[in-house]
Design a protein around this ligand. Structure first.
Ligand code: GDP
Length: 254
């Protein structure tokens, strides 16, 4: 077993760290919305994507983490449900992370063509978004990982396995389960995520309830840690091609 790459234990921050992390998540504010990947702004901040089946409790979780009632409900407005909504987090002058609220998947009433288009957009986003530092996946604790959840996870799995993208799974609505069922839900999720666990991977799972405020401090601490740790590589600037170099004024012929 690699050195605890898969963990269900909370970060060892203590009450002060939890308070600081919640103050940090509270700074989240709406930045912009995009219906296509090429509309997303380029930036140098670590980006954290929130994903989940529709109705898994994603909007409620984001609002609870940010301690704001309406933050994630832009994504519920008709016409906005299939957009990526970006939030900025950290001090206003020096933001430290962007949160990307991705559309909930698996909503039965969405037309098939539109579902397929969005599946493509999300798959591309998870596979190639350069700044993607972490993914928070909301999974209903009563149902565990469905086929669709696994499919979504598979898009980003290679980047989780090699440590490029961190993963936090929130087992939502844990208040609906008794203690024994909670332990079982956690065990089953660990089994699924065990497949992605390597020396490099950073995977966390926590029972989460917006209603009973379970797991919120832990999730906030992890999100803040991710933002502070993330090192986004500067843009790669290719060296000039040999021809161009030959044209340089310094290269005068004798
Ligand atoms: P989304 O579609 O994933 O954004 O889901 P929502 O956040 O809109 O939540 C879907 C439903 O689950 C709503 O009726 C919420 O009130 C309910 N819900 C969300 N979080 C919790 C929770 O922690 N406990 C319980 N019991 N219900 C929740």
């Amino acid at each position: 077993m690699p050195a605890m790459s898969l963990t269900t234990t909370p970060p060892p921050g203590g009450a002060d760290a939890t308070r600081a992390a919640l103050a940090w998540t509270h700074t989240a504010r709406f930045l912009t919305t995009a219906s296509r990947l090429d509309q997303l702004p380029a930036h140098e901040l670590p980006e954290i994507a929130f994903v989940g089946r529709s109705n898994a409790g994603k909007s409620t979780a984001i609002n609870t983490l940010a301690q704001q009632r309406q933050l994630a409900f832009a994504s519920k407005t008709p016409g906005r449900t299939q957009h990526i909504n970006l939030f900025e987090v950290g001090p206003r002058e020096t933001p430290q992370a962007l949160w990307a609220d991705l559309p909930g998947y698996g909503y039965a009433a969405v037309a098939r063509a539109s579902k397929l288009r969005w599946q493509e957009v999300m798959a591309d986003y998870l596979r190639v978004r350069r700044n993607l530092a972490g993914v928070v996946q909301m999974v209903d604790s009563r149902h565990g990982f469905t086929d669709l959840d696994r499919q979504l996870l598979s898009f980003v799995a290679p980047r989780v396995v090699n440590g490029e993208v961190k993963l936090l799974v929130l087992l939502t609505k844990a208040d609906k389960l008794n203690r024994k069922e909670q332990a079982e839900s956690l065990r089953r999720a660990q089994e699924v995520l065990g497949e992605l666990s390597t020396e490099e991977s950073d995977i966390g799972i926590t029972l989460f309830s917006s209603l009973k405020r379970q797991g919120i401090g832990d999730a906030a601490e992890i999100l803040q840690q991710w933002a502070l740790e993330a090192q986004v590589l500067p843009d790669f600037t290719p060296a000039p091609a040999p021809d161009e170099a030959d044209d340089a004024p310094a290269a005068e012929q004798p």
